[in-house]
Design a protein around this ligand. Structure first.
Ligand code: PXP
Length: 236
């Protein structure tokens, strides 16, 4: 199973001070050196973290696959056509949300999504849809002609009881199988961390995981020893 790293939250740290560091593109290059096989980032309509500048730097620099998450709007489609990522992942977006809250409801929005997906594909971009683990939604993703789906693991990651977690895992397994039978490539992500990953790794149909927050959070902790030592050394 491949690992794709979402670098949004390096940009979140930068934007907390409207600063110039840390550079998400530098984190992306180091992630690739450490074994990541893809780089993911999410450009939001409020540009709260990743900006067009980041996209241009990432596109011009990384060696693996660039997957940009975005809403299915005209503004975002124009950005995709300019940047030409390898993959666009279509996600829903609610302005005040802390993070993507669920999969895109392709059943409700299929009339709008069909031409949107085709235009992206005609520009040479593979299209993925972030979708809840629901076989009816996945059947519509197939009908819409996407290249792959990313199954939302958020309900699994956030489950508060073992019973809820088992049910959420069953939903993911069933959805991955259905997507695979339909010939879709299967990715998964959201809320995955160092503790909840193992059962997901056992789902053979999943080709790639998209993980961001837990890795950025851990990097802030495991990196502090060196960061402090360097500053102490400068001071002394
Ligand atoms: N997949 C999608 C569609 C997302 O929106 C996100 C969060 O930006 C992720 C995966 C990664 O989730 P996390 O940051 O919780 O690992």
């Amino acid at each position: 199973m491949k690992l794709a790293i979402n670098v949004d939250h390096y940009a979140t740290i930068r934007e907390a001070r409207r600063s110039t560091e840390p550079e998400p593109v530098l984190a992306a290059l180091l992630a690739e050196q450490a074994g990541a096989e893809g780089i993911v980032c999410h450009i939001r309509s409020d540009r709260r973290h990743i900006t067009e500048r980041d996209l241009r730097h990432l596109r011009g620099t990384i060696k693996t696959t660039l997957n940009i998450e975005m809403a299915a709007t005209e503004e975002m489609k124009a950005i995709a056509r300019e940047i030409r990522p390898d993959v666009v992942s279509l996600v829903p977006e609610r302005p005040e949300e802390l993070t993507t809250e669920g999969g895109l409801d392709v059943i409700t929005h299929q009339a709008h999504l069909g031409p949107h997906i085709r235009e992206l594909q005609e520009a040479g971009i593979r299209v993925s849809i972030f979708v809840d683990p629901d076989t009816e939604q996945i059947a519509v993703c197939h009908k819409l002609g996407v290249d792959m789906i990313e199954i939302n693991t958020g309900a699994y990651a956030d489950a508060e009881s073992e019973a809820d977690r088992d049910k959420a895992l069953e939903d993911i397994i069933r959805s991955a199988r259905r997507g695979d039978e339909l010939g879709l490539r299967i990715h998964a992500g959201h809320g995955l961390d160092y503790h909840n990953l193992q059962p997901i790794l056992e789902i053979e149909e999943i080709e790639e995981l998209s993980i961001g927050f837990s890795i950025v959070a851990r990097s802030a902790i495991v990196g502090i020893d060196l960061a402090v030592r360097e500053m102490v050394s400068l001071i002394s």
